[in-house]
Design a protein around this ligand. Structure first.
Ligand code: 6DK
Ligand code: ZN
Length: 369
């Protein structure tokens, strides 16, 4: 198995401002903090573990590239792209659109490199340079909508990659699986009425965006049935995630038979994450990865691209990422050194209320063709 891998040092220079979760504002009590929760050091540490562990020797580096404006505007409005470009030139940068997503000077270049890197990895997988691939891009993208960024996201990397595959690579049917703990509202909205793109989001029930990602959001018009939300209850661990993967994600992809599988891969369902309350360990991410690999093998000649989204534990994200990419590459180089802590916690067995939610969602697969 040849697995592509992409990281660029400039992703580690994305400036998320001096606040902790909200932009620093002493009048509102938002104290400055050296590291914003989405500071890119967490992703830089994941890249370093991939190198130090030796996993990098089993991977094929794919070169990043900058997305053109034409590629960005396949998903976003010219107004949004132009505003980000202009605000990026300001001495103190700007905000992606919702007031909680500050960016520093020069962010356009970094975000456009992230979107272009998503395209580059997709091209490498589709043209057979590699069998599958992981692009460790930053900033994240899955909350971004055509006309605005939000939730730390500027451009919707996974949607831009999907539209590129359809417009330039001869791919028609695409499945986007989003396992970031927050709802993949961006792809849901962008492809809502498009039955050629199946969007499946596995997330913590009503975590972010507020009240988004309900089971009842199923796509519109011709796209009805081609959006599936799996809003897992708070406190779900590896058992619940594995059941959701086997009961919904695998069968939904089997019914849809995509020619390409894209994953919005967030590691924030992890048991140590500050922005959610799930209990997933590296074992859970391995079972998710195995599920999408098997699905890609069935209908897409194994074509599978994972794109980094969130994940906010600097301690545990590197091990979750390492285990995920080890699985893609079919090698094992280093044990998860945190698993003795998080794997031994109670809460990894599938609970009845988790099973009930997953079983309810599984009934929706009947409408996927
Ligand atoms: N919530 C992400 O990991 C981003 O999905 C998650 C962003 C969570 C923001 C938490 C937050 C509010 C704020 C105001 C009002 C209600 C809720 F996109 C990814 F980076 F991947 O501030
Ligand atoms: Zn997230």
């Amino acid at each position: 198995m040849t697995t592509g891998y992409l990281w660029d040092e400039i992703f580690g220079w994305h400036d998320t401002g001096s606040g902790a979760l909200f932009p620093a504002d002493p009048t509102a009590g938002h104290q400055p903090l050296g590291h914003h929760v989405a500071h890119p050091d967490t992703k830089r540490r994941m890249h370093e573990l991939i190198c130090v562990s030796g996993l990098i020797d089993h991977l094929t580096r794919i070169q990043p590239r900058t997305a053109t404006e034409a590629e960005l505007t396949r998903v976003h409005t010219a107004e949004h792209v132009g505003r980000i470009r202009r605000d990026s030139e300001l001495p103190k940068g700007g905000d992606a659109g919702d007031g909680i997503s500050p960016f520093g000077k020069g962010a356009y270049r970094i975000a456009a490199l992230g979107a272009g890197s998503a395209i580059a990895m997709t091209e490498a997988v589709v043209d057979g340079t590699v069998d599958n691939g992981y692009a460790l891009v930053n900033p994240a993208g899955h909350h971004a909508l055509p006309e605005t960024g939000m939730g730390f996201c500027i451009f919707n990397n996974v949607a831009i990659a999907a539209r590129h595959a359809q417009a330039a690579l001869g791919i028609e049917r695409i499945a986007i699986v989003d396992w970031d703990v927050h709802h993949g509202n961006g792809a849901q909205a962008i492809f809502a009425d498009d039955p050629s793109v199946l969007t499946v989001s596995l997330h913590q029930d009503r975590c972010f965006p507020p009240n988004s990602g309900l089971v009842t959001e199923r796509g519109t018009g011709a796209g009805h049935g081609y959006n599936i939300n799996i809003p897992m209850p708070v406190g779900t661990g590896d058992g619940g995630y594995q059941y959701a993967a086997e009961t919904v994600i695998g069968p939904a992809l089997e019914a849809f038979a995509p020619e390409l599988v894209l994953v919005a891969s967030g590691f924030d369902p992890n048991a140590m994450d500050p922005l959610a309350r799930q209990l997933v360990t590296s074992r859970g991410f391995i079972s998710l990865t195995e599920t999408v690999m098997a699905a890609a093998d069935r209908s897409a000649h194994g074509r599978l691209v994972l794109l980094q989204e969130g994940g906010y534990s600097p301690v545990y994200v590197p091990f979750c990422g390492l285990a995920t990419i080890e699985t893609l590459a079919g090698v094992h180089v280093l044990d998860d050194a945190i698993l003795p802590v998080v794997g031994g916690m109670g809460g990894h067995d599938l609970e009845p209320h988790q099973k009930a939610l997953v079983d309810q969602v599984a009934e929706l697969i009947a409408d996927v063709h």
